[in-house]
Write a protein that binds this ligand. Sequence first.
Ligand code: S3P
Length: 171
Amino acid sequence: MNSQRRVALTGFMGVGKSSVARHLASILRCDRVDLDSYIEKNEGRSIADIINNDGEPAYRIIETANLGRVLNETDARILSLGGGTWTIPGNRDLIIGRGLVTVWLESSFEHCWANISKSRKERPLAKNKDAARRLFDERQGIYCLADWHFIIRPEFNSYEIARQIADQVFS
Ligand code: S3P
């Protein structure tokens, strides 16, 4: 097992990045950081509050600063990104520059939207289905720049996805 490998999980909102990361860290017995939670803790505000009040460009600056901190100041081997993190070129440079392996969790828009709709997490960039679909379509060509690609089928739960990643990426 390649125990030193560090992994960043990317993919659209609602695909299940945080849950897969939690299971993966437990299977591999290592630390993980959820970037959204890390930002909220450091900034003392919710991401929704930042985006709604300061705007998305201001949020992206904060996100990049916090990504740099996670990469440089923590030993976490599993990092779940926000849905937009990997779409910013400078963030990709940071992640690649620190040698992380990137994994795209891909699913259908309908599957992501079903999860977004039933989640309690406020997502200001997915306020309605049309806006979310536009973002989803725009981003597919960027997510696919990740090193690995796992298709999330609704019949697999997040533990099973984590198991597949552990077996294939960490073998
Ligand atoms: C965003 C996704 C969110 C959060 C922020 C912006 C995006 O994270 O970072 O609302 O641009 O797709 P999740 O993918 O965890 O919902």
